[in-house]
Design a protein around this ligand. Sequence first.
Ligand code: ATP
Ligand code: LTN
Length: 330
Amino acid sequence: MKDIVFSGVQPTHSLHIGNYIGALKQWAHIQQQHHCYFCIVDEHAITVPHDPTTLRQRIQLVAAIYLAAGIDPKKSILFVQSEVPQHTELGWLLMTIAKMGELERMTQYKDKSRKGGASGASLGLFGYPVLMAADILLYDTSIVPVGEDQLQHVELARVLARRFNERYGDTFVIPQPLIQQFGARIMSLQDPSVKMSKSDEHEMAAVFLTDEDDVIRKKIMRAVTDSEAGIVYDAEKKPAVSNLMTIYHHMTGQTMKEIEAAFDDKGYGDFKKALAEAVITHVGPIRAKIQGYLDDPTELNKTLDAGRDKALAVAEAKMKIVRNKMGLGR
Ligand code: ATP
Ligand code: LTN
């Protein structure tokens, strides 16, 4: 039997190779076997200050990136979160069973609120993981493929699903996170102790899927390395080069052992040159496809319309059950 899979990305920026390796590449693979929903979570993107015009452009951009990265609308349902209002409705209902203490522990909230000043953080930023739980639970999802930073949020979705089921009777499927062995956490090219992030202020920290070849080359050649020489995978002792090797592994399909053997007698300079070319070879065609989809917004919109209609039908059927169990309405 096919499992139901749900995942999403915030349209806060163009996407980087961390998002691609940690999420999209895995999605393109998983859609071959399962019934997948891939969402553009615009309501999550407004939990930090944003510009409306830019947000709307980025929704189109992220949709184009999903398709260019191999998400096939014939196999998967692609849609925009705010076009299915059942997400915010279920989000509210789940707020009534989520606990403040549970949300206070969320590291993403702690990081983001620290950046903007905790007392000024919006209630939306605080409640964000509850909306994410609603996204997941609405579709009877059993698998949530994400990067490591989202594990804590998926765990909350599990807690809320169990609590709801205990209180109101069996309603929600308990979802499982799906994390890959290498690449669940691609680190910044400038600081291997922090994850590659769309919102990193350092412009050399992330390679975006929309970067031109010479920009990719520059970012990789300037990536920091470890003090000790040698192309050897050791995430603890050599975090910088291990991160670059993880990227190389995902771009070429070579195993860590094969990479170590190929660069046995070589230095960081040679390895970075090879890595830059590998990234360009992999990302170049994706970048061209992104542009192709952006140049044809009619087709893109048709895909998102069809995805919205399918998601709406499933979400409303589930909400009828939920409202009924909670005793809402007449
Ligand atoms: P922001 O900096 O705006 O929070 P982000 O780069 O963390 O953005 P998200 O939209 O939060 O990106 O994440 C989209 C998906 O990509 C999620 O599944 C997330 O786990 C994954 N992801 C994000 N950053 C990385 C990373 N550095 N390595 C691997 N996966 C990642
Ligand atoms: N919080 C996630 C994005 C996200 C998501 C989801 C991922 C929102 N809803 C549901 C998986 C399932 C993030 O910031 N990457």
